[in-house]
Design a protein around this ligand. Structure first.
Ligand code: BGC
Length: 417
């Protein structure tokens, strides 16, 4: 009896050990890359890890800006079962690091010389207290407009460079019988559009309001004008914009139903996935009036503290794979973003990607590179959420004037701090 019981236990223990060893070498990855273009980019990462013997357990939580994903992470951590790696943006990474929940990636970062090739603007989020706690995958930026080439040709053919030119093109698209502006009414999408609108009123204003949280800039005349512009843009949406996913808005431009979309360069991933070619099928421009400036966000993989050696090894291997220059090129070509390293050649990128790489380097050198407010790179989550609330209320017609909206924003941001 005794002997048999002992045997059973041994078998159970062996089974548990085998299971935990098998799991240890996999990475469970929580992310919000669920659209066609995003899934294609994710495939590049999965395949790359597979060649290195690292298995993948998928944990997708849809929703740009990562709000829903961050709620899911919080639940997992509270339950004492954090995922191995989590797609994360800006201040969210810093918040988790401050809670002591993230693993230290210094060994791999030092061995591979990340300090020298990852720009300071990204390191500000990938490091906490001098230690690497996240591996940046890319740099996206939000002040882009994606225009259907045929719709633009029908509207005179000249890409708008100023606010007035933008309004003229939108008017002529409307007259041509298409939806001028494809948009999905979700708070993070409204706020993404608003990044570009604010930046079109000047980089210094953008920084004062969104980064420095200066009450005078938040509630002042330029902010009132930004909201007035947003309310004007709202008049070019179709009737069904409310709640629409961003990739369905991209599809409206891709299939000729709409003229343009104001969205980060993950939208380019959708165009590319649909076989569309920049310059031929679509045109990418910076939000009119923001040429020379960039509002960026960087997807990074934060690694949570894990106990087993096998899981730690898998995290280090994943971090190393992500920072490889070859991977950086292959992944970002598909994703629509640009590399997180400064030493990756632009050879494999299409014209929009080449422009993205050049714009980023120039803005960085000129001091006109700003964190995206909509995507958690300008201020912590509480402020970002306050911005979402007011911007969405403005899109939904809750304020009589831009000045009313600006006053509401200043109050909401003050309350959030
Ligand atoms: C992420 C992108 C993603 C987009 C839409 C952004 O917050 O940085 O990688 O494609 O959301 O899901």
């Amino acid at each position: 009896m005794r002997g048999n019981f002992g045997k059973t236990l041994t078998l159970a223990a062996a089974l548990a050990l085998t299971t935990s060893l098998a799991r240890a070498d996999d990475v469970e990855v929580l992310h919000w890359w669920t659209s066609g273009g995003e899934a294609a980019a994710l495939g590049v990462l999965k395949d790359d890890l597979k060649t290195k013997g690292i298995g993948w357990v998928d944990m997708p939580v849809a929703g740009g800006g990562g709000e829903a994903a961050m709620t899911a992470v919080r639940a997992r951590v509270t339950a004492g079962n954090p995922p191995t790696a989590v797609q994360m943006l800006g201040f969210d990474i810093q918040d988790w690091a401050a809670e002591g929940a993230l693993a230290n990636l210094d060994d791999v970062a030092t061995a591979e010389g990340w300090d020298a090739v990852i720009p300071a603007a990204l390191q500000r989020f990938s490091k906490y207290d001098g230690h690497w706690i996240a591996a940046p995958v890319n740099v996206h930026s939000t002040n882009w407009v994606w225009i259907s080439k045929s719709a633009l040709d029908a509207a005179g053919g000249k890409a708008p460079e100023t606010w007035d030119e933008l309004v003229a093109v939108l008017d002529s698209m409307k007259a041509n019988g298409i939806t001028p502006l494809a948009h999905g009414g979700q708070p993070w999408q409204d706020a993404t559009m608003f990044d570009g609108v604010m930046l079109s009123l000047g980089g210094e204003f953008y920084k004062a309001a969104m980064v420095d949280l200066d009450p005078a800039a938040l509630g002042g005349e330029k902010m009132a004008e930004a909201f007035t512009r947003l309310m004007k843009l709202r008049t070019y949406f179709d009737d069904n914009f409310s709640g629409r996913d961003w990739n369905l808005a991209s599809a409206m431009v891709i299939n000729g139903e709409a003229g343009m979309q104001m969205m980060g360069d993950w939208a380019k991933g959708e165009f590319i996935k649909a076989g569309k070619v920049p310059g031929t099928d679509f045109v990418c421009i910076r939000f009119p009036g923001t040429q020379g400036s960039v509002t960026f966000n960087s997807d990074q993989f934060a690694m949570f503290t894990v106990a087993s050696e096998g899981a730690k090894a898998a995290q280090a291997a994943m971090a190393s794979a992500i920072e490889s220059p070859v991977f950086q090129s292959a992944f970002n070509v598909v994703k629509g973003s640009v590399p997180a390293r400064t030493d990756v050649p632009d050879t494999a990128f299409d014209d929009c990607g080449k422009k993205g790489i050049k714009d980023l380097a120039e803005a960085s050198a000129a001091g006109t590179l700003y964190g995206s407010a909509a995507h958690g790179h300008a201020a912590p989550a509480a402020v970002k959420n306050a911005l979402y609330d007011v911007v969405t209320a403005a899109v939904n017609g809750e304020y009589a004037t831009g000045a009313d909206a600006a006053t509401a924003l200043a109050a909401a941001v003050a309350a959030a701090q």
